[in-house]
Design a protein around this ligand. Structure first.
Ligand SMILES: Cc1cc2nc3c(=O)[nH]c(=O)nc-3n(C[C@H](O)[C@H](O)[C@H](O)COP(=O)(O)OP(=O)(O)OC[C@H]3O[C@@H](n4cnc5c(N)ncnc54)[C@H](O)[C@@H]3O)c2cc1C
Ligand code: SF4
Length: 392
């Protein structure tokens, strides 16, 4: 693993030392998977590293990945140490512990096989977490994934933030509890077909597959974020890059363009800077890398001009229906080599059936890894309760 991503020994020990061991455990209450930083930090402080890792993994099979990319809006926001100076970097303590001490650990807490079969569609974090929980509950699980690897949208996160081997490490941990059968390169269009093929239940964890369009003239010249992040090297020659969107996906596109040698990267954001959906760290990185943030600005047209692209923008301000265009504010900005849209995605309409349960981003909307994991685990528990209810 890339050691630069983790805390080194002095940093790790300093973070453990700063923890206040709060009896009220606000860090745990803020965690969507109910993991207790208070508990695992106290274990680690006493040198009980295996116990610390077991404490993390009992609630979260994706603990390594979460440790590297969990945003600062959960445990860190609640951490009481933040009232004195700054919060404990809980996710990085977690990632460092798992990276060093999980090794071949197996979660022994598994119920006997119950003879029931569950299909999971989508091998992103929600599907992976659902598989883990269902295997622990004694089910045989088969995953259907339309791409050729696990991880879902996590695979679009640039390598410098999340190397694929970290996702693989969590996947190996899940498979140590019981082998998850996976059919890659298999798209499931109708989950009802799986019920007729003998599965007792289906969990749909298909994320949000439909990228939201801008609805402006010239949109055909704009590259969707997923196409860009899947293969950024294809666009490596672009020197002047425009990104449309104000969240962490837009931030990843902007940083990737900069890393690939763009000398001018401009992010167009309809909202004010305070309303951007990026973490404090992401904002610092954008500013440190001299990426232009053009806030309260909406892209209203894109035009191809010989080999270059021009962007027309208008200014916005908060109004009764969200951010509204200011009249007579259109400005033409010339000379872009590449424009990327990253304003979000939408889920398919769900198919309703008592034994089909939706989980992750396709259920709760564009979320975070830890929320997707929590949703996958919840879906597994709901399906288990449903199937046990049928048996009575
Ligand atoms: C660029 C980017 C950066 C991000 N950064 C962060 C971050 O820093 N921190 C954070 O917490 N979150 C981040 N996220 C969000 C996080 O990745 C998602 O919230 C999470 O992956 C959602 O998990 P999911 O399992 O619900 O869906 P997904 O991860 O989207 O997985 C869905 C899976 O289903 C498969 N699938 C879809 N339809 C079918 C079908 N019909 N048949 C078979 N398979 C199908 C897909 O191929 C995919 O593998 C980021 C997302 C992106 C795109
Ligand atoms: S809130 Fe912060 S300081 Fe308190 S126990 Fe949790 S991690 Fe430690």
């Amino acid at each position: 693993m890339n050691n630069k991503l983790y805390l080194n020994k002095p940093q790790f020990e300093a973070e453990l030392e700063r923890c206040l061991n709060c009896a009220s455990k606000p860090c745990m209450s803020a965690c969507p998977v109910n993991c207790s930083p208070q508990e695992f930090i106290q274990h680690a402080k006493k040198g009980e590293y295996k116990e610390a890792v077991a404490s993390i993994c009992k609630n979260n099979p994706m603990g390594h990945t979460c440790g590297l990319i969990c945003p600062d809006q959960f445990c860190m926001k609640a951490c009481l140490r933040g009232k004195i100076d700054f919060p404990i970097n809980i996710p990085l303590v977690q990632a460092t512990l798992i990276n060093k001490y999980r090794e071949d650990m197996v979660d022994g807490n598994k119920q006997p096989t119950n003879g029931k079969k569950i299909a999971i569609v989508g091998a992103g974090p929600a599907g992976m977490a659902a598989a883990w929980k269902l295997i622990k509950l004694g089910y045989a699980v088969k995953l259907f994934e339309k791409s050729d690897k696990v991880g879902g949208a996590l695979n679009l996160i640039p390598d410098y933030r999340l190397p694929y081997e970290v996702i693989e490490d969590d996947w190996r941990y899940i498979n140590r509890i019981g082998k998850v059968l996976v059919e890659f390169n298999t798209q499931v269009d109708n989950p009802l077909d799986l019920l007729t093929k003998g599965f007792d239940g289906v969990i749909m964890a298909i994320g949000e597959q439909n990228i939201i369009g801008l609805g402006v003239d010239g949109e055909e010249n704009v590259v969707p974020y997923a196409d860009y992040l899947k293969n950024p090297d294809k666009f490596a020659g672009a020197k002047r890059v425009g990104i449309i969107g104000g969240g962490n996906v837009a931030a990843d596109c902007a940083m990737t363009a900069k890393n690939l040698g763009a000398n001018m990267v401009t992010v167009f954001v309809r909202r004010k800077i305070f309303d951007m959906k990026v973490t404090k760290k992401e904002m610092e990185e954008l500013l440190n890398r001299q990426i232009d943030l053009m806030t309260t600005t909406r892209v209203c047209k894109v035009e191809k001009n010989a080999e270059k692209l021009d962007i027309y923008t208008c200014s916005t301000q908060p109004g009764e229906r969200g951010y509204e265009d200011l009249p007579d504010s259109v400005v033409k900005r010339r000379g872009f080599d590449l424009i990327i849209k990253a304003i979000g995605s939408r889920a398919e309409k769900p198919i309703e059936h008592a034994n089909i349960i939706y989980a992750g981003d396709c259920k709760i909307g564009g979320s975070t890894i830890v929320e997707a994991v929590a949703s996958g685990v919840d879906a597994a528990k709901m399906l288990d309760a449903k199937i046990k209810g049928e048996q009575k």
